[in-house]
Write a protein that binds this ligand. Sequence first.
Ligand SMILES: *Cc1c(COP(=O)(O)O)cnc(C)c1O
Length: 670
Amino acid sequence: MAETARTLSVTPPAEPAAPAWTPDQSAELYRVESWGDSFFYINEQGHAAVRPFGDERLGIDIVRLTEELERRRIGFPVLVRFQDVLQARVRMLNEAFITAIDEAGYGNRYNGVYPIKVNQLHEVVEEVIDAGRKYGMGLECGSKAELIACLPHLTDDGMLLVCNGVKDRTMLSLILSAQRLKLNVVPVMEKYAEFEALLSLAEAQGVVPVLGVRVRLATRGSGRWGESTGSRSKFGLSVPELMRLVRELERRGYQDSLALLHFHIGSQIADIQVLKRAIKEITQIYASLKQRGLGIRYIDCGGGLGVSYGAGHARADSGVNYGLQEYANAVVYAMKEVCDDQEVPTPIIVTESGRALTAHHSVLLVPVLEGSRRNTAEPVELPAEPHQSVESLAKILRNVRDPEQEPEELIEAYHDIEEVRIEARTLFSLGYLALDQLAAVEDLYWSIARDLYERLRAAELDPTPAEVLELEEKLTDRYLCNFSVFQSILDHWAIDQSFPILPIDRLDERPDRRAVIVDLTCDSDGKVSHYISALPDKTALPVHATDGDTPYYLGFFLMGAYQDIMGDTHNLFGRVAEVHVYADAEEPDNFWIERVIPGAAIHEMLAQVQYFPNDLNRRMSEIVKRKIDAGVIRPSVGMDILGAYTACFNDTTYCDVGGPGLSAHRERPA
Ligand SMILES: *Cc1c(COP(=O)(O)O)cnc(C)c1O
């Protein structure tokens, strides 16, 4: 074939018409049902969507919401809180216990408390209190600062506040004061010394304290947080210490002071059997003490009610083997069984479920800044006098595009291009190959690799040859995203937790690329290293090709528990912007935005590490002045530069794209 324009010879062929792809196939691919519960789904337009009430009543299209955020020029990434989801979770948890209690004929009630450490944001806490009011929900705090935040929210009579964590005298004293106000605040003794301190402070105030005890159970926890219980755990009183405490209360005639027994076997309880064993153990202790005449009213089963982050991943932590109702049944029936056996009245059941209440309600929307593609389909530019390596690759490319080629021949071609590439690199390092020739070799290599992969994948060989897996790995794209792993999904980095991630749009199109998501930080750990999907290989996310102009957003789901609150400021990336969304069927797109909280400004992040605008400005203007004096720049230019520098203090820490600048390119049928 004689060709004049050398670049044409290797221009990729027209893309074959993509096979039809449906939103249901995307739902299957991203395993939406395994983590979406009744909330998240993919709608008919191929958009990620949420049912904020957890039922069929109403859906919100997350793409429509994103467009609204773009219109309002809210800088991305944005954390969206679906306040109705939070309410729905509170309702579901309480209803599950009410159902279990009814069915079991359990003679007492359920009193959930919300552990604010899971998400202390004021609006989250208020929303939980609001939704929980009719169920008598309370709060749990684990530190002095959390106690200070919680106390003023005990507006309803009898609303329970459980105080866990290590308590100093100030904290104990404040708790006693709250008890004098007849607020239902129960400090849980984590150590015997804490109990002694409480007694002496109570004596000084002339009051009889109310207290609970965290018991160190013999039942070992399971999973990552398993060390929260067991006889060697960091927290709680051993049985001998508990008895010593009981005898001390009896000696003082304070039998009614002991109001609550507590245990906590860790977050994300993976195995419901472990929970049942722990409940039976603590209920036996409760029954013995009850028979002895102590006034205990509550058994507090701690947190740990698990959330499914998507089955199908190898790690046990991402899945739990029970649902909400099964959890409630397990607690209620196990307690009832022991109490019936021991003929003691059943206690009020307390749980401190945090993750299960908050995880679902927030979604992080992250723009892809660049789909840096290893395997671009750009035409390859060939040098005027192609080196032999270039010629042989160009020949292979033509062969590979011959539809008659058998899979075996394609695999052979792969071996060939590997060889040519290694040879070319050697020649280059010895000085025998010019840089432009090497560039052509690389370009051709990737073009061929991409074609080979497409052809071999389409051949659906079984078992999949190692060469195909190798190609897949090599051709994985890196999608640079406008966020920080350390700020927004700290647990992914710290404890390797998986979160469901998927494109929010184009889910009616086959996501035919695989990408690793990398963040803005200069840290090689700043990436997502495993994903929830139905693919056997979890190290890359199925995504669509992006053209760099049309915004392409990824949704990070189940972000509401812990991630919001533990964010770390690596590279000074700060809190992301946040919007609070309510569902409303009267609104055109079924939602309205109640509140927008801008992301942290650069000056706020700098202040955390002791840099302040005044000082920085002074230093910067000295440099500029010196340059003006030295005649390097004109004064007006110097002032412009200084002004631009100063203006940056109020910017957010993330890249200012993905907003209206890009939305102009967005084409969407009206
Ligand atoms: C962390 C913690 C919780 C919350 O646990 P979840 O797994 O989020 O439900 C509850 N109680 C105590 C004592 C905790 O330390």
